[in-house]
Design a protein around this ligand. Structure first.
Ligand code: MG
Length: 338
């Protein structure tokens, strides 16, 4: 009998365990180096006397326009945010476009207008780019790749592997807004409340946090796989346990009821304008106050802490008084969300 060939599946794109396995098996094994192996949101490299953060991301969101954003602004925000959560100040971006033959030029210009507006808001410049066109049906309208470069100030050492026992864990706002907004637009679902993506650049908020408290240990923007995936990554990278309280996690009423109808858990749904911050207990009140003063962080909460028990595991105290393990998602419950 012929051996079944391994193939790429949708689960490999989910930002969960399957994606991690693919990256380790096919990519890390070949490109092995200490910067890449850290598996942070950005690599931090030293060039001359400067520490630079570098990151890259591709955007294939469907539909390309959704409540609260579009593929162009998302491609700026996502990359700006991956630099920001590394403690870097984003400076330059590149942007590469794969366009489908037949794609409406008016839609392309609308995407580019949104992208330009986002670069102004985030105070970054697109300094290099590329365009390719493929025949009709060989891609879907437009895919965008953005690479970002930022500067890391002296004294800032933020990494997913740097969470410390007793750290407080702050979430800057409600969970699941982006994924639910994109999904409901794509599926034409109607809910009582309007569901809007939280897509936004976080660099100003992170700058405010770091200028008050440079000793932040870890940050992450909980995108694909949601808060659950990001917390599992950090529990693993830092080899610590994390305890969160369900009652403390902000979830918008509309998102909660949409999730109930769709059978989704908001903890696993993508965000594009939220941040998780790990900071020592003595600094946590000030960081929380700083975040809440920013319009993007008004609903911030301390949602949990880092513990020495159950290293590598995330445990949630539920609203009904029980505890449950918050697992790393396996694969993709919501494909093409970013
Ligand atoms: Mg990220």
């Amino acid at each position: 009998m012929e051996k079944k060939r391994d193939i790429v599946t949708m689960d490999h794109g989910g930002g969960g365990r399957a994606a991690r396995d693919l990256i380790e098996r096919c990519f890390l094994s070949r490109f092995d180096n200490p910067y890449l192996n850290r598996m942070d949101d950005s690599a931090v490299v030293t060039l001359g006397t400067d520490r630079l953060a570098i990151t890259t991301d591709s955007y294939v969101v469907d539909p390309i326009f959704f409540p609260g954003g579009d593929i162009g602004s998302l491609a700026v925000h996502g990359t700006v945010n991956d630099l920001s959560v590394q403690g870097a100040r984003p400076v330059f971006l590149s942007a590469a476009f794969i366009l489908e033959e037949g794609f409406d030029l008016a839609d392309l210009e609308r995407v580019l207008d949104a992208m330009a507006e986002s670069t102004r808001r985030a105070e970054v410049s697109i300094v290099a780019g590329d365009t390719k066109v493929v025949p009709r049906g060989r891609c879907d309208k437009v895919y965008i790749n953005t690479t970002g470069v930022g500067l890391v100030e002296d004294g800032v050492h933020v990494s997913g592997s740097n969470a410390q026992i007793n750290d407080r864990l702050i979430l800057s706002g409600s969970a699941g807004d982006h994924g639910i907004a994109v999904l409901s637009q794509r599926e034409g679902l109607r809910f009582d409340t309007e569901l809007v993506s939280d897509s936004a650049p976080l660099n100003r908020l992170v700058g405010e946090i770091l200028s008050g408290t440079p000793a932040v240990h870890a940050m992450r923007d909980p995108t694909r796989g949601g808060v659950a995936a990001s917390l599992n990554e950090i529990a693993n990278q830092s080899n610590v346990g994390i305890v969160i309280r369900e009652a403390a996690i902000p979830v918008k009423e509309g998102v909660r009821s949409a999730c109930e109808i769709l059978g989704l858990d908001p903890l696993y749904v993508a965000n594009e304008g939220k941040i998780l911050v790990f900071v020592g207990p003595e600094d946590a009140p000030q960081v929380l106050e700083t975040i809440r003063r920013n319009p993007l962080g008004r609903e911030a909460q301390i949602i949990g802490e880092v513990v020495s028990t159950h290293p590598g595991q995330v445990v949630m105290k539920t609203m009904v008084g029980g505890t449950r393990i918050v697992d790393m998602p396996l694969g993709e419950q919501l494909p093409r969300i970013c």
